[in-house]
Ligand binder design. Structure first.
Ligand code: UDP
Length: 235
């Protein structure tokens, strides 16, 4: 089969290669994979996370006001967006960053119809700054942007984990992977790989989600081709 328009969510962890800041080697590799997919004719939009800089919930646990901490988290996603834009352009594709928080010097504002025009012209669109609103996650934003721009699937790229497990495979060697799951199963089992708001938004609007490992080379192209990799979450 293969999709013609996808929304790819890249978690912040991926950008940092597990550390604070940006690991340029990792970002350059991902950018090359994305560029190949775009050149092959698939329309790709990306939502980037920011967990490699700040997570609002963690800062607020350590004493900061949650809303300010969340704005710091959102600004981190913009830094990741700029890094991804740079490496994608070096890999030879045109890109645009759209930010949900106005910062005209570095990004266009979020204008969904314009984002669709960019995609039709073969440009990669990178959505930064989350939703622009505290108390949300970039997973939820990824589901919302996917719905608003009419993406056929939400591809959830994870760092070093090849799908959804019944417990954290990084700490529990006996964790079992699900090949597929319904949204309701995901919610009842209280699984932590994506937040419940994102899952329920996808469920209510019939948006399929595929969780897969970004650390395996070629996986973005496989996910876009509709190969069965990772875990499919659907109705
Ligand atoms: N964030 C927010 N509103 C949004 C999206 C993100 O406040 O719409 C903040 C929140 O503090 C979050 C941080 O930005 O912890 C980084 O995003 P996220 O944790 O989703 O990144 P990821 O886990 O994908 O790296």
């Amino acid at each position: 089969m293969g999709y013609s328009r996808v929304l790819l969510k890249l978690s912040g962890e991926v950008f940092g290669g597990g550390k604070l800041g940006v690991d340029v080697t990792v970002v350059a590799d991902i950018a090359r994979e994305i560029a190949d997919v775009v050149r092959s004719g698939t329309q790709v939009a990306v939502v980037v996370g920011g967990g490699n800089y700040f997570r609002g919930a963690e800062l607020s646990h350590n004493g900061m006001a949650r809303d300010r901490a969340d704005y710091m988290g959102m600004l981190g996603t913009v830094m990741n967006s700029i890094a991804l834009q740079d490496f994608c352009e070096k890999a030879g594709i045109e890109t645009r960053v759209q930010s949900a928080i106005s910062m005209a010097q570095v990004a266009e504002p979020y204008i969904p119809r314009r984002a669709e025009r960019h995609l039709e012209k073969g440009r990669l669109v990178i959505f930064g700054a989350g939703s622009g609103m505290p108390y949300f996650s970039t997973d939820t934003v990824a589901a919302q942007r996917a719905l608003e721009i009419g993406a056929e699937v939400l591809l959830m790229g994870k760092q070093g984990v090849d799908g959804v497990y019944d417990s954290d495979p990084k700490t529990n060697p006996d964790a079992t992977k699900f090949e597929s799951l319904t949204y309701d199963d995901f919610l009842t089992k209280n699984l932590k790989v994506a937040d419940a708001t994102a899952i329920s938004l996808a469920r209510d609007n019939g948006l399929d989600m595929v969780f897969f490992n970004l650390s395996t080379k070629g996986n973005i192209a496989r996910a876009v081709a509709g190969d069965h990799i990772g875990t499919l979450v659907s109705r």
